[in-house]
Design a protein around this ligand. Structure first.
Ligand code: 5AD
Ligand code: SF4
Length: 355
């Protein structure tokens, strides 16, 4: 039965729900199919994005997130420019070819111009060779445009869930946390010509497979270029923690996340899909598994080690690499699982390049 779905040229919502609810045996068939699609359309490479989590200061109060503004138990940090640039230099020297600058969300003139200057400096230190992705939340179109002009090429802004009612349950009900604004930002990024990435959390309270199927269709309809999605993971200092008993067991959330990656690969054959850190927080080889069945991007955390433990979106977040020691997450071989690491390659989304 699963084979008849997989043989279709496009999936309906109910096909996707059935795939998400597949039993163990059918899941194996799904994964074998998505692996083949990946190999055929993308090849066996996995591309690197050095992730710099440069500040955990955030003006927002998302109910799921450990660095939300109201969490007084978080030690706040904001890396100075020198530390950010030295991490960028690490990425450049180690042939990562791309990096991601990620932070909590701040909308201000000084934040906008700080990022603008950093982009120009990173451009200079890498002789224009580092592909820079930003993940700094919702901003107005003019800010996105300034950052694009200063050298950013890709932007990650997760929709978190495509279900507007669920979105409301996960965020305070005010202008700062508006579903429509999030969509508007994604539109702006796309219009400006960014390689645009989004994603969702999987296994959230109140979320079901109908929602997740809609999430995948949302990404397809929006025609995204990149996706980063992963399991929802608890954080005890957040309002959502009280729903812990309603959640799927963690292994089920992991399995569902892998199915989401596999199905997305089948319905969007040539986009970039990241094997996210949240997967790794559940199981040490989950990212390798995600790469095997559909993902083609990994984001080794290269935030300098004095700050690495303070960027706590969720519990059990894996440690980042220590760029000054041997104990690093920096790949030591040219393979990640069975995939060959694309050192020195931008690894742009083929989907974007064809547009
Ligand atoms: N579990 C999993 N992912 C989370 N994020 C924030 N909090 C959590 C959590 N508790 C994700 C959100 C956000 C990204 C930066 O981190 O999807 O967009
Ligand atoms: Fe801030 Fe992003 Fe966390 Fe929301 S998810 S509180 S915007 S860092």
């Amino acid at each position: 039965m699963i084979k008849s779905i997989l043989n279709k040229s496009s999936f309906t919502h109910s096909d996707i729900v059935q795939l998400l609810e597949a039993n163990k045996q059918d899941t194996k068939i799904l994964f074998a199919h998505s692996s083949k699609i990946k190999e055929h359309y993308i090849g066996n490479k996995v591309y690197l994005r050095g992730l710099i989590e440069f500040s955990n200061i955030c003006e927002k109060n998302c109910y799921y997130c450990g660095i939300r503004k109201s969490n007084k138990n978080t030690k706040r940090f904001n890396l100075n420019d020198e530390a950010i640039l030295s991490a960028a230099l690490f990425a450049y020297k180690n042939n990562y070819a791309s990096l991601v600058l990620q932070s909590g969300e701040i909308q201000s003139n000084s934040f906008t111009s700080r990022i603008e200057k950093l982009l120009r400096k990173i451009h200079k230190l890498s002789q224009g060779t580092l592909g820079i992705t930003l993940s700094c939340g919702e901003q107005n179109k003019n800010t996105y445009e300034r950052w694009l002009k200063a050298g950013a090429r890709r932007y990650l802004l997760r929709i978190e869930t495509s279900n507007r009612t669920l979105y409301k349950k996960l965020h305070p009900n005010n202008n700062m946390h508006s579903f429509d604004k999030r969509i508007e930002c994604l539109q702006s990024l796309k219009e400006l010509g960014y390689q645009t990435g989004t994603g969702v959390m999987i296994g959230l309270p109140f979320q079901n497979t109908t929602d997740l199927a809609n999430d995948l269709l949302f990404m397809k309809n929006f025609d995204i270029d990149m996706c980063g999605m992963g399991p929802y993971i608890l954080h005890k200092d957040t309002p959502l923690y009280k729903y812990t008993s309603t959640l799927l067991p963690i292994q089920k959330r992991l399995e569902l996340s892998l199915k989401m990656v596999a199905i997305l690969r089948i319905i969007m054959k040539d986009i970039n899909i990241a094997a996210t850190t949240a997967l790794q927080a559940i199981s040490s080889n989950a990212r390798e598994h995600a790469v095997e069945i559909g993902a083609n991007v990994i984001m080794p955390n290269i935030t300098p080690d004095n700050y690495r433990d303070d960027y706590h979106l969720y519990q059990n977040k894996p440690k980042s690499i220590n760029i000054n020691s041997q104990n690093t997450e920096h790949p030591k071989t040219t393979f990640f699982g069975n995939a060959e690491i694309g050192f020195g390659k931008y690894g742009d989304s083929p989907h974007f390049l064809k547009k």
